[in-house]
Design a protein around this ligand. Structure first.
Ligand code: NDP
Length: 623
């Protein structure tokens, strides 16, 4: 049947009543809408300042540095590592990573919670696999293996030699007369850099739920990104958390992080109370070991082929084969199959057909996900509460084969708040629906700041030419060429997702492409003897206009249940759209565009200026 009516079917189940489903989705969303949106969250200060501290490496005292470097990279996560690697490959090896943590790894340095892993397949998520010769142990690898891979890249490309760890940047300012960036840090350093790149991370600043009384809790508490193994026992490699055996543990949040750490917590704690506001969608994971014999058969160039295959299939394109074959590509496969069937049946393809294919596939997938809850969770009340009532991409899809099963453990209690969130917290525990849950330990799986300003999340302001700050330049939303170059900020490069490919399902591909671009531009500037490289105002404006001509963006539908994918349900204006925009034809179009842009060698939109030209421009400006 074609779904021109109000229902759709899929193999072996009853028809889906789309109108009833939409009404349920709207009702669940309305329960969760709140006037304060993003402002509901608290910064971890005062009693919670430890949520920003480094529990793994104690900073060693050292004298402040006064030095001049070719390239400084702010951030030692995969953004800094892949950029450093590409720069080294391009013959620029004076690269200095400056990182607040005690080692490289970024999110994989901080997130060591039990069960942490990446649910993007390692064959595409782990960057530079061919360059490093590393074979992922499994289709989806644990955080420890990812952290080790980050260290492998740093070692292989000599990035440790010049790195500054446990060093947070406090200010970044452009000095026009010397054409240098001046970087100040919390260790008293003053580093002058010819080029600066920053990969400060999209989701790295922990946030806490603004629950009344949160500061009064007298038991032990921590955020998942600063897991306190000294309290829980165990370790990030999976040793059991034996110190929780006599503890009543509470966890607030059921997002992607909680989904991964709840199974080990369920095994370790005497009692585990999971405080849920909105359930995540939990699809199958089906992890398996990678066969070394098969891995050896991969031909050189395989990783780029896999990356483009994944990006293509995950974003609605066509390919002969699905190399990664996972939950991400499966979502897109369903839509594609429907569109193809519709076109062969009717001979036409219009927007309405595509939209219907999206909706039908989504309804079908979410119906399966809810049925999976019923098939696994034995307690009917818990099963009902664990069913997600929204479209799949309203929230981060999760994939796990032990999470739902954890609710069958006798010591695990789901405390569903029916969309309202935890009522209040007092010295001894948590209140929901007038019931008090006494706890020894309270874990915040409440996520990270999204939607706050770039400078606030980075922890410092960037001041460019003429004393203009990046925050001022971006008051009405981000402006850039390719998400990398910003007018008025010469010799500065941003590494992230926004205004580039914006491929959410595989973050590192965005970073590797940006790193390749930056290395190419810097190597060209050095070879050409240019002191400054800067995007022109016209090229930046043209790119912003191109971004605004499309609908590609990270921010989802305002009809979705609130979350960081849709600005917490608050209106999405031009500023939010720009901050989260991507190439109008999608990630693959961006990857092709940027590859051609680099290869042409013309670097269209950038101006490379020699010292003489810089002096002349300064004189003209002064007239
Ligand atoms: P999230 O922001 O996704 O989840 C925060 C959780 O806290 C939500 O369940 C939220 O509920 C809940 N919450 C907030 N306030 C309250 C309250 N007052 N009462 C009760 N519950 C509350 O953070 P995560 O750390 O889980 O994930 C962040 C991101 O990190 C992911 O989206 C993903 O991008 C990334 N990640 C990726 C992984 C991977 O495998 N690659 C693994 C883990 C994380 P509600 O939904 O109602 O807002």
């Amino acid at each position: 049947m074609t779904s021109t009516d109000n229902s759709t079917t899929h193999a072996g189940t009853a028809p889906i009543d789309r109108e009833a489903l939409r009404a349920r989705y709207r009702a669940e969303r309305d329960k969760r809408l709140r006037a304060d949106g993003n402002a509901q969250y608290l910064e971890p200060t005062g009693r919670f300042a430890h949520c920003l501290e480094d529990p793994y490496v104690r900073a060693v005292a050292r004298p402040p540095r006064r030095e001049e470097v070719a390239v400084a990279f702010i951030g030692g996560g995969f953004a800094g590592l892949v950029s450093g690697a590409r720069l080294t490959q391009a013959g620029v090896d004076d690269v200095h990573i400056i990182e607040g943590g005690g080692d490289v790894g970024g999110t994989w340095y901080w997130n060591r919670y039990p069960g942490a892993m990446c649910d993007t397949a390692a064959m595409v998520y782990l960057p530079l696999l061919e360059e490093t010769g590393h074979m992922p142990s499994q289709k989806y690898v644990l955080a420890g293996e990812i952290f080790a891979h980050a260290r492998r890249i740093a070692t292989q490309f000599g990035l440790y030699d010049r790195a500054l760890f446990s060093t947070a940047v406090t200010g970044l300012a452009w000095d026009e007369p010397s054409s240098r960036w001046i970087i100040r840090t919390d260790r008293g350093d003053e580093i002058r850099a010819r080029f600066v790149a920053m990969g400060t991370g999209p989701l790295h600043r922990p946030k806490l739920p603004g629950i009344p009384g949160i500061e009064t809790f007298a038991g032990h508490s921590f955020h998942t990104s600063r897991w306190d193994y000294a309290y829980t026992g165990g370790d990030p490699d999976g040793a059991a958390m034996e110190k929780l055996a006599d503890k009543r543990v509470g966890i607030i949040g059921t997002g992607a992080t909680a989904v991964q750490c709840i199974p080990p917590l369920a095994r370790a704690a005497r009692q585990l109370f999971v405080f849920q506001r909105t359930p995540s969608s939990i699809d199958v994971r089906n992890n398996h070991a990678i066969d070394p014999e098969w891995f050896k058969t991969l031909a050189p160039g395989w990783q780029q082929q896999w990356l483009m295959n994944f990006a293509t299939l995950q974003t609605g394109g066509f390919a002969d084969e699905d190399l990664v074959k996972d939950g991400w590509t499966e979502i897109a496969q369903r839509v594609r199959d429907r569109v193809v069937a519709e076109v062969s049946a009717t001979g036409t393809l219009d927007l309405a057909t595509i939209q219907r294919a999206f909706e039908d596939s989504d309804d079908e997938k979410m119906t399966e996900i809810r049925a999976r809850v019923d098939a696994i969770v034995t307690d009917r009340v818990a099963a009902a509460a664990l069913k997600p009532w929204y479209r799949q991409l309203c929230k981060r899809p999760c994939f796990h084969d032990e999470y739902l099963q954890a609710y069958n453990e006798p010591g695990v209690h789901l405390v569903d708040t029916d969309g309202k969130g935890v009522e209040r917290i007092d010295a001894t525990g948590v209140w929901v629906g007038g019931v008090h849950y006494a706890l020894d330990c309270l874990i915040f799986a409440s996520g990270f700041e999204v939607g706050t300003s770039y400078s606030r999340r980075a922890g410092f302001e960037t001041v460019g030419r003429g004393g203009r700050s990046l925050s001022e330049h971006w008051t009405d939303g981000m402006r850039s060429l390719h998400g990398i170059h910003v007018h008025g900020f010469p010799n500065l490069f941003i590494v992230g997702l926004s205004q580039g490919a914006n491929l959410i399902s595989n973050i590192t591909q965005n970073l590797t492409e940006a790193g390749t671009t930056i290395a190419s531009v810097i190597a060209h500037a050095l070879a050409a003897g240019a002191d400054q490289v800067e995007v022109t105002a016209a090229a930046e404006q043209a790119w912003v206009e191109l971004l605004e001509s499309g609908t590609q963006g990270f921010l989802g539908n305002p009809d979705c249940t609130p979350g960081y994918y849709n600005n917490e349900g608050k209106p999405i204006g031009r500023r939010e759209r720009l901050n989260a925009s991507g190439h109008p034809q999608g990630p693959v179009a961006y990857f092709h565009h940027i590859d051609g842009w680099r290869r042409s060698g013309a670097y269209a939109g950038l101006e490379f200026r020699s010292r003489g030209a810089v002096r002349e421009a300064a004189r003209d400006e002064a007239k």
